[in-house]
Design a protein around this ligand. Structure first.
Ligand code: PGA
Length: 251
């Protein structure tokens, strides 16, 4: 059985004080991690505050990005080794905003995935097509290409421990959610791609999230789908009430 994973992606929002306030508002109310795992992925500058305030609670901590080298002359980058030392569990990689605005390639993302595993953390690997690609009926082919390139050279065990987030670009921050059926169809296709690249048992273990305008009003329907194991949530994960409602989608 795959444990559902509800992860917030704060993007470039909140300072350390707001981070502590958020955690204090949610930490006593979170579901047990064995039932629904909850994660907040925060800007690097907020991670010390997030880790400290989440200590002893059910909340897992993620970073929104890291570099693929642990140290050296790479001005402005974040070391995966230091993230691990600090207590970070997850790192988002390949978010469409990073692919688009910061020109990250599948090759970079693949190197980051390897560095994250080498340091004992787990990646939340984002993939997803543009509206143009979907309208050209090339969405599945495009996402499969991303998955193959991003997972290249990872072991079966590493892929079993990867969280894949399917986030159609046209649904991110737009209020336009993919229908639960569209989301399921692509998550199923991603699982089939993993089965082709590895085997059925790896495909059964990998957790696949949907992301793109997930909110309390639609989370239940999305999570009812067989191949959707969680959500990666931006806007609706910024407020404690809304995050708690997402985390308790089963209630
Ligand atoms: P959204 O963002 O929930 O605000 O659409 C999702 C994401 O980019 O991870």
């Amino acid at each position: 059985m795959r444990t559902p994973i509800i992860a917030g992606n704060w993007k470039l929002n909140k300072n350390p004080q707001e981070t502590v306030e958020f955690v204090n508002a949610v930490k006593a109310e979170l579901p047990n991690s064995s039932d629904v795992e909850t994660v907040i992925c925060a800007p690097a500058v907020d991670l010390p505050a997030l880790l400290e305030s989440a200590k002893g609670s059910e909340l897992h901590v993620g970073a929104e990005n890291c570099y693929f080298e642990n140290e050296g002359a790479y001005t402005g980058e974040t070391s995966p080794m230091v993230l691990k030392d600090m207590g970070v569990d997850y790192v988002i990689i390949g978010h469409s905003e990073r692919r688009e605005y910061f020109h990250e390639t599948d090759e970079d993302i693949n190197k980051k995935a390897k560095a994250i595993f080498a340091n004992g953390m787990k990646p939340i690997l984002c993939c997803g097509e543009s509206l143009e690609t979907r309208e050209a009926n090339k969405a599945e082919e495009f996402v499969e290409g991303q998955i193959k390139a991003d997972l290249e050279g990872l072991t079966a065990e590493q892929v079993s421990n990867t969280v894949i987030a399917y986030e159609p670009i046209w649904a991110i921050g737009t209020g336009k959610t993919a229908t639960a059926d569209q989301a399921e169809e692509m998550c199923r296709a991603i699982r089939n791609t993993v089965a082709d690249l590895y085997d059925e048992s790896v495909a059964e273990k990998v957790r696949i999230q949907y992301g793109g305008s997930v909110k309390p009003a639609n989370v239940k329907e999305i999570m009812s789908k067989e191949d959707i194991d969680g959500g990666l949530i931006g806007g609706a994960a910024l407020q404690p009430d809304s995050f708690l409602q997402l985390a308790h989608y089963k209630d």
